[in-house]
Design a protein around this ligand. Structure first.
Ligand SMILES: Cc1cc2nc3c(=O)[nH]c(=O)nc-3n(C[C@H](O)[C@H](O)[C@H](O)COP(=O)(O)OP(=O)(O)OC[C@H]3O[C@@H](n4cnc5c(N)ncnc54)[C@H](O)[C@@H]3O)c2cc1C
Length: 413
């Protein structure tokens, strides 16, 4: 019997692939349901994702594993509203709307030319070649790469830092530049979307294709035993022992380190999302707003009902504001600080924002510094233990799903 530990995207993808191949397995999950870090709470008619998360149409693993139309995708516009010097500039993707992108005054002409040249270079390069840079010795931080490539300070501070800082949950843009290039290509060639029922609808859709008898929730694995023969298996937190011929650890990196008795990994990125409800619509575009500040409280925010009206009851709008490193602020101060920054961009928000909930995610994604993919976190694993998870190859929905699919294919060999 194959035992998969963890029903986040990586474990679900592995289990779905084994189901397709008709291989027996058991998927064990500590939580009461599937999805791991893709969680959604439904409260008083509002849909609150645990952190602002979007799927990209340029993620091939998603369409391999789910019928996207059944998730009723709600599409973002490929662009953003940039707030600068008291004005809002509408930036659109050069591929989706080239004329608007050229004539928009949101970026300087030289930054646009550099971005276009970089985009063309990326379009001519395969994803695997770009991703290979994440383990190359010459990889640098995103901030260094942008400076060396001649992008202006305005481009870095008004666009790259709020947008990609929000993607990597990294205000300083210390993330691998190769990973930045991979994401830039994915954003240029894909469109972001949300399932109308919330982000957790994605893992739930994959879980619904796995036979119920192969899935056990509320089942925490305490240790992995690799003694060989009948001594190989997993010890559950309730003391029961489950024998296994092979074990796939599809858990987050800190949990994998604990289970394998290895040193804890470098600290991951923490994030909080502050939700407001309002009856006053702040803007109408289906896209993010990027406030213009070097060290803002809110990295970006979105009136999410412009994209997915199902996220709020009729006549209400839902605002989701993303705060990086939220431990810097006392919890009760966050709603006040976030509302103040949103009002700085949209004065009509004054007095109209009602705080709904603040959700903190202490471990959102691993830190991904230059060359991060060269690190082998679990060298010398026993032959019957396999790993999967977003930490291995660039934290994203695509990376997590792809790592699960790869683990399944290794099991087939
Ligand atoms: C706030 C936030 C924003 C994000 N934004 C985006 C985005 O916009 N686009 C994007 O592509 N990606 C985004 N991501 C990244 C993406 O969500 C993750 O990379 C992905 O969900 C990780 O999946 P995973 O299966 O690797 O890990 P996890 O989701 O962490 O799954 C691991 C599972 O293992 C279980 N587990 C752990 N230990 C044990 C144990 N001992 N026994 C049994 N079970 C155990 C856990 O309960 C969990 O269910 C975001 C993530 C967060 C948190």
């Amino acid at each position: 019997m194959i035992v998969i530990v963890g029903a986040g995207l990586a474990g679900l993808a592995c289990a779905r692939e084994l189901t397709r191949a008709g291989r027996p397995f058991l998927l064990l999950e500590a939580a009461p349901g599937p999805g791991g870090r893709q969680r959604t709470t439904h409260r008083d008619g509002f849909t609150l994702d645990h952190g602002f998360q979007v799927v990209l149409s340029s993620y091939p693993a998603v369409s391999r594993l789910v019928n996207i139309h059944r998730l009723e995708p709600r599409w973002f516009e490929s662009g953003a509203l940039l707030h600068h010097d008291g004005l809002l500039h509408h930036l659109t993707s050069p591929l989706a709307n080239p004329l608007n992108a050229v004539f928009s005054r949101s970026l300087t002409l030289s930054d646009k030319a550099r971005l276009a040249a970089l985009g063309l270079r990326l379009l001519a390069t395969s994803d695997s070649t770009i991703a290979g840079g994440c383990s190359a010795p010459g990889d640098s931080t995103t901030a260094d790469f942008l400076r060396r490539s001649g992008f202006s300070r305005g481009f870095i501070d008004r666009f790259a830092r709020p947008f990609f800082g929000g993607v990597f949950l990294d205000n300083a843009l210390e993330t691998s530049s190769a990973l930045f290039l991979l994401y830039l290509k994915r954003f240029l060639t894909g469109t972001a979307w949300l399932p109308s029922g919330g982000i957790s609808a994605l893992p739930k859709a994959i879980a619904s294709e796995i036979p119920m008898e192969c899935l056990r929730y509320n089942t925490r694995v305490a240790s992995v035993e690799t003694g060989g023969g009948s001594a190989t298996g997993v010890l559950l937190a309730n003391g029961a022992f489950l024998p296994a011929s092979r074990v796939v650890l599809a858990v987050d990196e800190p949990s994998a380190c604990a289970l394998l008795e290895r040193p804890a990994p470098p600290p991951g990125r923490e994030v909080a999302v502050v939700y407001f409800k309002t009856r006053t619509s702040l803007y109408r575009h289906p896209c993010l707003v990027l406030p213009d500040a070097h060290e803002p409280v809110v990295r970006h925010f979105v009136q999410i009902t412009n994209i997915a009206p199902s996220y709020a009851p009729l006549d209400w709008h839902l605002i989701s504001a993303t705060v990086l490193d939220p431990a810097r602020y006392p919890s009760d101060a966050l709603p006040v600080l976030a509302a103040r920054e949103i009002t700085g961009v949209f004065p009509r928000a004054e007095g109209a924002l009602e705080h709904l909930e603040t959700i903190r995610v202490p471990y959102a994604v691993p830190a991904q510094p230059p060359g991060f993919a060269a690190r082998i976190p679990f060298p010398n694993l026993p032959a019957n233990v396999y790993t999967a998870g977003d930490w291995a190859c660039g934290a994203s929905i695509q990376a997590a799903l792809d790592s699960g699919l790869r683990a399944a294919h290794r099991l087939f060999k």
